[in-house]
Design a protein around this ligand. Structure first.
Ligand code: GUN
Length: 279
């Protein structure tokens, strides 16, 4: 089975369109501020995709592009303005930021009520102890995709490859919340192949093109590919060697068209939730 993230996203977006229309009838508009600093080409694409998706479901976006040499103080001032702007329900500062700006300082400055990325320490802490909060979009999108594909998580061996704050760590916690038996692996893991091969659900977020070959995957496993890489010919590809792994996996996400669209869609979900819960 191919897990079609694009199709599942389209279904969710129709549901969200309905919700924004309903809010509009009550005189409520949903507003997202997107802040991009500098000209990182990947960030430009991600931000454009987020804007397009917002427009499609009826969320208003305010995109602010700042120059590469922006100081931390200047960015903090902007975040503070957005925190107090009643037309803005969600604030997203696209990462990575230029090196003179401390990312943690910026994320900490965002009002947790508007933290639609789920990166603020308050959001992270609540997620860890299982309280209701904004969940980070990529891992939340993966859970949603598994659920909507009828894939059971409870009691199963889940192996996450990667331990970033954006994907690996929150992914492990959300799988645990769904009662999965979770292992986190990373660059220092000694027996990665053997560990990955134990997985009923294998989630790869390492950022190395086609690294996960069939040798890492148990027959019948579910394989989720978070990677966004370029292969030797410059073609977009995931962490997973799709050709060999798709022959033994019971279900697999393609790149593109798998996890990526779900990440954007969960951002929309968080924006609408922000309005529903704070108004
Ligand atoms: N950079 C890569 N992924 C993300 C994301 O989900 N949110 C933000 N703000 N920046 C990112």
């Amino acid at each position: 089975m191919i897990i079609d993230g694009k199709k599942i996203s389209a279904e969710i977006k129709e549901e969200l369109k309905e919700k924004t229309a309903q809010l509009k009838r009550q005189g409520i508009t949903v507003g997202l501020a997107v802040v991009r600093v500098g000209e990182d080409p990947a960030s430009k694409v991600y931000v454009r995709n987020k804007e397009k998706a917002c427009e499609y479901v009826g969320i208003q976006t305010k995109t602010i592009v700042l120059p590469e040499e922006t100081t931390e103080e200047e960015l903090l001032k902007l975040v503070e303005e957005l925190n107090h702007d009643d037309a803005i329900n969600g604030i997203l500062v696209q990462l990575p930021l230029p090196k003179q700006i401390n990312e943690s300082t910026i994320l900490l400055a965002i009002d947790p009520k508007k933290d639609v990325d789920g990166f603020h320490p308050v959001s992270v802490g609540k997620m860890v102890i299982g309280e209701k909060t904004f969940l980070p979009c990529t891992p939340a999108g993966i859970i949603e995709m598994l659920k909507r594909s009828g894939i059971e998580i409870a009691g199963r061996e889940c192996v996450v490859i990667g331990r970033s704050n954006i994907v690996g760590k929150p992914m492990a916690l959300l799988l645990l919340r769904e009662n999965g038996t979770v292992t986190i692996t990373h660059s220092k893991t000694r027996n990665l192949k053997e560990t990955a091969k134990r997985a009923d659900i294998l989630i790869s977020a390492i950022g190395k093109a086609k690294f996960i070959t069939a040798e890492y995957v148990k027959e019948g496993a579910v394989v989720i590919d978070v990677g966004m890489n370029r292969d030797q010919e410059g073609k977009l590809c995931g962490d997973v060697d799709y050709e060999s792994v798709s022959k033994i996996a019971s279900a697999i996400t393609p790149v593109p068209g798998g996890v990526g669209p779900m990440t954007v869609t969960m951002l929309l979900v968080n924006c609408i939730r922000s309005v529903e819960e704070n108004s």
